[in-house]
Write a new protein. Structure first.
Length: 101
């Protein structure tokens, strides 16, 4: 009985690992298909500009990008700042909400 439960547990954990690995691979492929396009800082959404003004007054924007998927839909923004502390990269969602600092 214990042996049967052990084998069943191993099979289920193997299936879970394969499913999780496939999900991760799909996510990596999805991001690989998105395209990063350099844009002028003036083209960033108002929400991004507001966040930068309120939180990074001393920093200068060195690069700004929009991420576009295959359908041409903007899926996010990325801003690279130069500050006294060095280079900072910020990522925003398609509506300008901060995703990663």
């Amino acid at each position: 009985m214990k042996r049967g439960l052990l084998i069943m547990g191993m099979v289920l954990s193997g299936i879970t690992a394969v499913t999780l690995n496939a999900a991760i691979q799909n996510e990596i492929v999805r991001y690989a298909e998105d395209k990063r396009v350099e844009i002028k800082a003036e083209e960033l959404p108002v929400e991004v500009a507001k966040h930068l003004t309120e939180n990074y007054k001393e920093a200068q924007i060195s690069k700004s990008y929009k991420w576009v998927n295959e359908a041409g839909t903007i899926v996010g923004y990325e801003v690279v700042l130069n500050s006294g502390a060095g280079e900072i990269t910020l990522k925003y969602g398609p509506k300008g909400e901060l995703v990663k600092e």
